[in-house]
Structure formats: C-alpha cells, structure tokens
Design a protein around this ligand. Structure first.
Ligand SMILES: CC(C)(COP(=O)(O)OP(=O)(O)OC[C@H]1O[C@@H](n2cnc3c(N)ncnc32)[C@H](O)[C@@H]1OP(=O)(O)O)[C@@H](O)C(=O)NCCC(=O)NCCS
Length: 214
C-alpha cells in the first residue's frame, strides 16, 4: 500500500542539524505542538504575533492550532505553499519553523516564521532551525532571497536574523488587532548568508520539489 508520505510529498521531507530533526507537523504531532504552546511561548500580554494565538484560552488554543495545520496543508499548491515544520530535539517537541512562498518559480523568494516554547529559547535552537530551512531553500530549492519580519522590539527574532546575515529591509506599520505595531522586514541572499559550520542533511527532497514544479 502507498504510504501517506508517498501520496502527499510534503510529509516525506526531513531535515537534520547537529541537534534537531525538522519535519512536517503530522496529525499525531498536534497534541505535542499544543502542549508546547500551552507551556508558554512568550511573556503574558507581549505577543510577538500579528494574531495573538498563543494567548487563546485553553479550549480555543487546541482547535485553533489544529485548524491552522490543516488549513496550511489544504491550501498548499505549487503557486502558494507553507511548510509547517516541527522542531524535535530527541523526543522533545520544541516548536515550529515555517517556510513558505508565493509564485516561487518566478520570484525564487521564501519567507519564514517560527516559535519555540519558552523553556527552549535562548539556547541557539532558533538560529539552528532558521539556518536549516534557509540552507534548504537556497541549496535545494534554488531560492535567491529569504525574507522575514518581526516587531521592532522582538530582539530574539531579529537576533536570529542578524546573526545569520539578514539585512534590514524597511519598517512598516501593521495593525495587530487594535494596536499599531512597527514591523521590521529583513532579507537574506546566498551571498550575505553567514552559513553554519555544519552541513544540513535532507531526506525526501526529490518528491517534494517535483510536486512543487521546481
Ligand atoms: C524567536 C525565537 C524563535 C528565537 O529562537 P531562540 O532559540 O530563542 O534564539 P537563539 O538562542 O537561537 O538566538 C539567536 C541569536 O539571537 C540573539 N538574541 C537572542 N535573544 C536576544 C535578545 N533578547 N536580545 C538580543 N539578542 C538576542 C542571540 O544572541 C543569538 O545571536 P548570536 O548567535 O549572534 O549570539 C524564539 O525566541 C521564540 O520562539 N520567541 C517567541 C516567539 C517569536 O517571537 N517568534 C517570532 C515571531 S516574528
């Protein structure tokens, strides 16, 4: 019988770094993702996300997260896709790193977003997982630009970007609910990328890239 990963190529992707295994969030991983988010992602009242999902009450958080994973899969097409990748450190679910693009075959540009549970922050995991997906985008998918953005006060996220060589790419004002936030865009190219001193291991790339038409 055909496996699910053979039927749905994104599920076959797996990236490995020295400390992390990075692979799509499967349905069976959703409870671990919810538990990690419930343990705390940011200080109370200081959401770094445009939609403050991590502050939802318990009974809304789990269905909201599950629906987000399903929605991204359901809307995944070669023209517009988002990979939601679980971050595993041994058997510990640390958080999620996403990698996505619109009109990739023309623009060769990817965007990223991420979160780690608070107990896993500040130990270099954020940098390691972003370096992994950016290496994958540049070296396997042939991306020419990687973009990201964060509230101007989000020193952790901007710290990851700066240490990997991203350059500032303008500030814009965004409406986060009722609040106006100043958001810093950042941009990385293969030339400015400060590469990690390890080499990414990749499995399952061929089927995914052919599905994406790359
Ligand atoms: C953003 C996030 C994924 C970063 O991961 P992390 O593991 O905490 O960050 P790292 O330990 O890898 O730090 C990476 C770099 O940022 C720097 N950094 C981290 N926190 C910092 C801070 N508060 N001030 C300044 N620099 C900081 C580190 O020094 C490091 O740089 P270096 O390698 O040059 O020393 C994580 O903190 C997180 O999930 N935060 C809450 C959710 C969030 O903000 N998501 C992003 C929304 S845009």
């Amino acid at each position: 019988m055909t496996s699910l990963a053979e039927m749905w190529p994104p599920f076959g992707l797996s990236l490995s770094t020295p400390r992390l295994t990075i692979r799509p969030v499967l349905d069976e991983d959703i409870p671990s993702a919810v538990a990690a988010a419930r343990s705390g992602v940011h200080p109370p009242g200081k959401s770094p996300f445009s939609m403050p999902w991590a502050e939802l009450p318990d009974e809304e958080l789990a269905p909201n997260m599950a629906q987000w994973y399903w929605r991204c899969r359901a809307n995944f097409t070669p023209a517009s896709w988002t990979l939601l990748l679980a971050i595993w450190h041994d058997d510990d679910f640390l958080g999620v790193q996403d990698l996505g693009a619109k009109n990739f075959t023309t623009l060769k540009t990817v965007g990223t977003g991420s979160w780690l549970k608070q107990s896993a922050q500040g130990q270099g995991f954020g940098k390691e997982m972003r370096a992994a997906v950016v290496s994958y985008a540049f070296d396997y998918l042939g991306a020419e630009v990687a973009e990201s953005e964060a509230a101007i006060w989000n020193q952790q996220s901007l710290g990851v970007s700066t240490s990997l060589g991203y350059e500032p790419n303008g500030i814009f004002r965004d409406g986060w609910g009722e609040k106006v936030e100043e958001v810093q865009r950042v941009r990385l190219t293969p030339t400015t990328f400060k590469r990690p001193d390890w080499t990414l291991k990749v499995q399952g790339h061929e089927a995914l890239s052919s599905y994406l038409g790359i």
